[in-house]
Write a protein that binds this ligand. Structure first.
Ligand SMILES: [Zn+2]
Length: 572
């Protein structure tokens, strides 16, 4: 078996069988290495990894496009059960071999650091535990994907019910909210049990790795070399000081605009881009083609090369943007490293949120394009804290071009409404992010207590009061306390959330720079994207023109800019 026969397209492999990949791993493990052929060995391994990753991505995409198709689910389970565990072990053996070689390659410094970290963390006895966790994760998706309620004789899922949360009629919003909450509370025991099972497995994973708790494990697993749990607490405090008061000002303005005595939970999704009673809701597009064309026009204004990237995605059918029955919830951007292309999945229904999601996912897609020619696949992976700078910055950079005059979707006043909603969303998100992150710090450093779901409810509730004042939940305490059930990240990807907060702070800085010099800010953004994962976080942020810090001073400056911009947009 030689690498000349390695498939150059995943169409030529059976990704459900380990036998498709095994001979190549064996060859890499056995190949005689001297100083002269190590680079070629790395390139071959990288190409094999790319094939494996793209196989997994395509199987996941196929399953999420059609959750009712049993064969697609089985293909996913085959990949998870038959390929991933074996590949992880084989990959680990190659990493150990590489790390024993004492490679002095400047280009490989961070890749080697990450590999050494992964190798140090790896325990064979954790492989079946991760497989078990992936199954429980799939279970969460199935439970939440299956939540449906009768709405005037029609069956509605969570996404469809979510539309009514933006309705101008308060009674409709209230009914949609209560219907949604009842669906979740109906699964309260099931989700408590599921989370408890996950916590027990994660405790074992950390113990096997010789670490004091799963937080320590998770920080290592996520390669968080550039910040500590204490830095997260500093960020939480800065949010409490600089952002929570701004969020309360937004809630107070909404309360006044709605003309109500107190803001209730079903008033917070009420949206200036939806039907406000005085002006019609934003209807940016009907079908995918219009969304694609408008977005393409916008990207062309931000940067012609980025526009070309997006045009390629449309031409090569790498966009699946309209919602359909049976499609999984949510939106994501996958990387297909053999084709050197991204793929964007989402559930568009023609509202402004969908435009916003596409702008976001396109930022991820541009990251894939900008790193496509890096020689080794591992170098294309940037830390999540920066990956989200790519996407969140694109939301900000695209915002000035939402008007029809720029090829976008809206009249000037509609575009202003959309931008106000986005900027308010940035402010409202950060306190919520702090709740989600601080909750998990509590859970994984108080695991005995957290095994009792009632304590999780209490911990969540205390954080909710600290970071989310301004909304009256009276009568719905059970829904408030179980808010952690409704955050998939808490179940599926523990601790993966503060990245969004850090990245938002980075993106706000990129945007701040673009207000002074758009071309310069976009050029820096693209240079930073092109670095992939070859620099640590502070350097990646710096390349994009941003500082990697999360203190009260910086947050105060940025939030003030956001609030001033909102005022200006409202005045126009
Ligand atoms: Zn993202």
């Amino acid at each position: 078996m030689t690498f000349s026969s390695l498939p150059t397209s995943i169409d030529d492999v059976n990704p459900r069988r380990w036998e498709s990949f095994e001979p190549y791993f064996a060859e890499l493990q056995q190949r005689v290495l001297d100083g002269g052929n190590i680079r070629q060995w790395l390139v071959d391994w990288s190409n094999l990894s790319a094939l494996l990753w793209e196989s997994g991505a395509m199987i996941y995409i196929a399953k999420s496009l059609d959750t009712a198709d049993k064969d697609k689910e089985q293909a996913f389970l085959d990949y998870v059960n038959n390929v991933v565990p074996q590949a992880t072990i084989a990959d680990q053996a190659l990493k150990e071999r590489l790390l024993s070689l004492d490679v002095q390659d400047e280009d490989m410094t961070l890749v080697l650091r990450n590999m050494r970290n992964e190798a140090d963390l790896f325990r064979e006895e954790n492989v079946p535990l991760h497989t078990e966790l992936a199954k429980l994760d799939n279970e969460y998706d199935k439970i939440t994907g299956g939540l449906k309620a009768d709405w005037d004789g029609e069956e509605k899922n969570l996404v469809q019910l979510g539309l009514y949360l933006k309705d101008k009629e308060r009674s409709v919003r209230g009914r949609a909210w209560k219907t949604t909450m009842d669906l979740w509370l109906g699964k309260r025991d099931v989700l408590n049990k599921l989370y408890g099972d996950m916590l027990a497995l994660r405790r074992q994973v950390a113990e096997n790795a010789g670490l004091p708790d799963y937080r320590a494990y998770s920080f290592r697993e996520k390669g968080r070399f550039d910040y500590t749990p204490e830095a997260c607490f500093t960020f939480h405090e800065a949010i409490e000081t600089a952002v929570v008061p701004a969020a309360q000002r937004i809630y107070e303005k909404r309360r006044q605009e709605l003309g109500v005595d107190v803001l209730r939970p079903w008033d917070t999704s009420w949206s200036v881009t939806a039907d406000t009673g005085n002006v019609p809701p934003l209807q940016p597009y009907q079908k995918q083609d219009e969304l694609v064309q408008g977005s393409l026009n916008i990207f062309n204004q931000v940067d012609p090369d980025l526009g070309r990237h997006f045009a390629v995605m449309a031409e090569e059918e790498l966009l699946d943007l309209d919602t359909r029955s049976g499609k999984a919830l949510g939106g994501y951007c996958s990387s297909l490293p053999v084709r050197k292309r991204p793929f964007i999945f989402m559930n568009g229904v023609g509202i402004h949120d969908n435009v916003q999601t596409l702008l976001h996912e396109a930022g991820h897609a541009f990251h894939v394009f900008e790193t496509a020619n890096l020689p080794l696949v591992w170098q294309t992976e940037s830390p999540m804290e920066f990956a989200e700078v790519a996407s969140m910055s694109m939301e900000m950079l695209a915002a000035p071009y939402l008007t029809k005059a720029d090829g976008g979707f809206y009249s000037p006043s509609e575009a202003a409404r959309a931008r106000i909603e986005h900027l308010e969303g940035v402010i409202l998100f950060l306190p919520y992010m702090a709740v989600v992150d601080a909750f998990q710090h509590w859970v994984y450093t108080n695991l005995d207590a957290a095994m009792d779901a009632a304590n999780c409810d209490a911990a969540w509730d205390a954080l909710w009061h600290r970071f989310m004042p301004g909304v009256d939940w009276r009568g719905y305490e059970a829904s408030r306390m179980t808010g952690w059930h409704r955050k998939p990240h808490i179940f599926s990807v523990p601790f993966y959330y503060i990245e969004y907060g850090m990245a938002q702070v980075g993106a706000l800085q990129v945007w701040r720079n673009s207000l002074i010099d758009q071309a310069g800010a976009v050029a820096a953004y693209r240079r930073a994207l092109a670095l992939g994962g070859r620099q640590p976080l502070p350097e990646l942020f710096a390349a994009a023109g941003a500082e990697f810090r999360f203190d009260t001073d910086l947050l105060t400056e940025l939030i003030a800019l956001v609030e001033r911009t909102i005022e200006t947009l409202k005045a126009d």
